[in-house]
Design a protein. Sequence first.
Length: 308
Amino acid sequence: MTTFLTDRDRALIHAQVQPQVDERFPKPPRDLSELAVKVDSMSPEMLPAAFRPWIEDVCNRMRVPIEMVAIPIMVSVATIVGRKLCIHPKRRDDWQVVPNLWACVVGRPGALKTPAMHEALRPFRRIEAQLREQYEGETEQRTSAQSVVALQIAAIEQQIKSAHKKAGSDLSDLTEQLAEKRRELKSFDATEPRLSTSDASVEKLGELLRSNPHGLLMHSDELIRFLKSLDKPGSETSRAFFLEGWNGYGSYTVDRIGRGTLHIPALCVSILGGTQPGPLRSYVREAMSDGSGADGPPATLSTARMAR
C-alpha cells in the first residue's frame, strides 16, 4: 500500500520528532569532546643546547617523545646542582630560589616510561657509583688513621693520670693536646655521600639530608603510589616534611622522645617518578578541590605528552 503525505503532514511529523527545547537551556548541549585540553609537545629548541644532541639521540633510538627523556635529565641535573647554586629573580632583592624540581612522566601503559627514565638517569647513576667507590676506597685509610689517633689519645690520657698524682703538676698542655686529638679523631667521621633514594622513611631521609646538605632525589617508579602513601593516617608529618623540602632553602627540626632532636639545616628534596593518566587525573582532582589533598603550595608538575 502506498501512502502519500502532503507538505503539511510532513511538517507536523518533523515537529513531533524534534527534541523539545527546555526554556532554561535555549541552546542545544555542547559536545564536551571539543573541550579536551591538548597537551603541547616539547620541541628540541626548548632544550638546553648542551643536552640537546644527547636527548635527541636517545629519543630517536628508543622512539619515545622528547619529554620522557628530557624531564628525568633536568631533574637529575637539578639534584646534582642542589643548593650549590641559587637563582636571584630580582637584581636588587635578597629573594633566592633553589633550582629544585618535582617532575612526573605521564604515559599510558606500554609507553616505555620506565626504560626512558632508566636511560636518562644513566649518567646520574654513574656519578653515584663513582662517589660510592671513592667512599669505600677511603674507608680503609680512614680506619687506619682513626686507630693511630685513638692510640695517641690513650697515651695522653695515661700521661694525664700519671701527672695528676704528682702535686702541683701543670696539666694545661696535656689537656690541650687531648682536646686537639679528640677533634682530629672526630674529623675522621664520614658518611657515604648520596644523591638519591627510592624508599626511605622521613626519619632516615632526615639523617641522609644532614650528611648531604645539597639535597637528595626521591625516585619512585610509581609516583602516585608514593604520593598516596602520604595520605594514610599517621603520615601527616611526612606530607608536611616533603612540602617543606620542595622549596629547598628551609631548615627542619624534628623532636621525638625516643629519638631525641634531629635538626636538618638544609631541607632540599627533589622528586621524580612516572604514572598513568587515570591515576594522575584522580589525584590532581582531589588536590584541586577543597578536600584532604588541598594543602600547601602546589608544586610545579612537569608532565610528558601522553603517548597515544
